[in-house]
Design a protein around this ligand. Structure first.
Ligand SMILES: [Zn+2]
Length: 339
C-alpha cells in the first residue's frame, strides 16, 4: 500500500464508522489536523496554525505557493473528499522541496477556514493548487484519469408563480380551464430545454407548491423554485434571461485563468495525457481564494462508482491517485520557482 493510501485510511477511521466522520469543529477534525501537523513536521516543514485553525506547513522555499485542501468531512463521507488533497499536497511539497501545505477548516459547511483567512487580510498565498476527487462522472465518461478545473460555477435561485382559475375537478370542462399546474408543467420542460441549449449549464426545479392543493380541485396557483448554474457569468446571464427568472440569490462564477491552471495543463501534456478541462459544480477552498485574487488552480482525479461522493462508496483508483500526485508535484515545481 502506498503512503498516500495508508494516510487516507488513517484519516478515514478517525471519527468512527460507517464512512468518514470528521465534521467541522469535531474532535475527529482536530485529530486529523494533529496528524497532518505531525506529517508536516516529519517532512521538515515549519508548522503554523492561524486564528481560524487552518494549518500551513512551510518549506521556506517558494512557500507563497500553497498546495492543499480540507480535512473536515460530511457525516458518513468518503475517503477522498478533502483528505486526498491534503495527503497529496504533503507528497508533492516533500518531493519538490518547495511550496507550503495548507489545510483549511470547515470546507463542507461553507469554506469557513478559507473565508476566515481571506477576511483576516491574510497574508494570502500568491498561488494555490488543490487536488480533489471530481465527485461526478465526467472524467470516467471521457475515459481519462485527470482533468483541470476551469472554475467554480456560479448559481442563481428564484421562484416563478403561475396563476390559474381554481374549479371543481368534475364539473369544470377541460375546454376553457385555466390550470396553473399545467402551465407550470409546460414551463418546467421549457426550463430544462433552456439549460440543455447552453453548454455546461444546468437548471433544476426542486420544489412545487400547488394551491388549493385538493385532489378534486383544478390548481389555481403554483409556485416553483428554480436553481440555475453555469460556468461563467455570460452563460449564467443567458440562462436567467432564457428562463425569465428574477433571482433572489446570485453567487458569481469564479474562473481559474492564471498560471496555476496553465501549469497543471502543462504537466498533463508533458505526460502525454489529454489536457481535459471541466468546470466544478461544487464550491471549494480554491474558489474562495481565487475570488480574493489568488492565482488558484484545481486538478480533479477521476471518480469511480459513477461519480458518487459524500458517501463511503466514493472511490478513485490508486493508479489515478499516483498519477495525480505526479502532476500536482510537476505543477508545483513549475510555480514555486525555488531560488
Ligand atoms: Zn471537498
Amino acid at each position: 500500500m502506498s503512503r498516500v493510501s495508508e494516510r487516507l485510511e488513517e484519516l478515514y477511521v478517525l471519527g468512527g464508522g460507517p464512512g468518514a466522520n470528521r465534521p467541522y469543529g469535531s474532535a475527529a477534525e482536530d485529530e486529523a489536523h494533529a496528524r497532518a501537523a505531525a506529517w508536516m513536521r516529519a517532512a521538515g516543514l515549519a508548522v503554523e496554525v492561524d486564528r481560524a485553525g487552518n494549518l500551513v506547513g512551510r518549506t521556506g522555499r517558494g512557500d507563497d505557493v500553497w498546495v492543499g485542501s480540507h480535512l473536515d468531512s460530511v457525516p458518513q463521507g468518503g475517503r477522498f473528499d478533502g483528505a486526498l488533497g491534503v495527503v497529496a499536497a504533503l507528497e508533492a511539497v516533500e518531493r519538490v522541496g518547495a511550496g507550503a501545505v495548507a489545510v483549511f477548516r470547515g470546507e463542507e459547511v461553507g469554506c469557513v477556514g478559507s473565508r476566515a483567512l481571506v477576511a483576516s487580510g491574510g497574508p494570502l498565498p500568491r498561488t494555490f493548487l488543490e487536488l480533489h476527487i471530481e465527485q461526478g462522472p465526467v472524467l470516467a465518461e471521457r475515459g481519462v484519469p485527470l482533468g483541470v478545473v476551469t472554475g467554480i460555477v456560479g448559481y442563481a435561485r428564484g421562484e416563478l408563480t403561475f396563476l390559474g382559475r381554481p374549479g371543481h375537478a368534475g364539473t369544470t370542462p377541460m375546454a376553457g380551464r385555466a390550470d396553473a399546474l399545467v402551465a407550470a408543467a409546460t414551463e418546467i420542460l421549457r426550463i430544462r430545454d433552456a439549460a440543455l441549449a447552453i453548454e455546461g449549464a444546468v437548471a433544476t426545479v426542486g420544489t412545487l407548491e400547488v394551491e388549493p392543493g385538493g385532489v378534486n380541485v383544478v390548481p389555481g396557483r403554483v409556485r416553483l423554485s428554480v436553481d440555475v448554474r453555469a460556468p461563467d457569468a455570460e452563460r449564467l446571464d443567458a440562462l436567467i434571461r432564457a428562463i425569465g427568472l428574477e433571482p433572489e440569490l446570485r453567487v458569481e462564477p469564479v474562473p481559474f485563468r492564471g498560471e496555476a491552471r496553465e501549469a497543471l495543463l502543462e504537466a498533463l501534456r508533458e505526460r502525454a495525457l489529454e489536457p481535459v478541462e471541466l468546470p466544478s459544480g461544487a464550491g471549494h477552498d480554491a474558489g474562495i481564494l481565487a475570488a480574493a485574487g489568488v492565482d488558484a488552480g484545481m486538478l480533479f482525479v477521476r471518480s469511480l462508482h459513477g461519480g458518487v461522493s459524500h458517501s463511503p462508496d466514493e472511490l478513485s483508483s490508486p493508479e489515478d491517485v499516483a498519477l495525480a500526485v505526479d502532476v500536482l508535484a510537476a505543477a508545483l515545481a513549475r510555480l514555486a520557482r525555488p531560488l
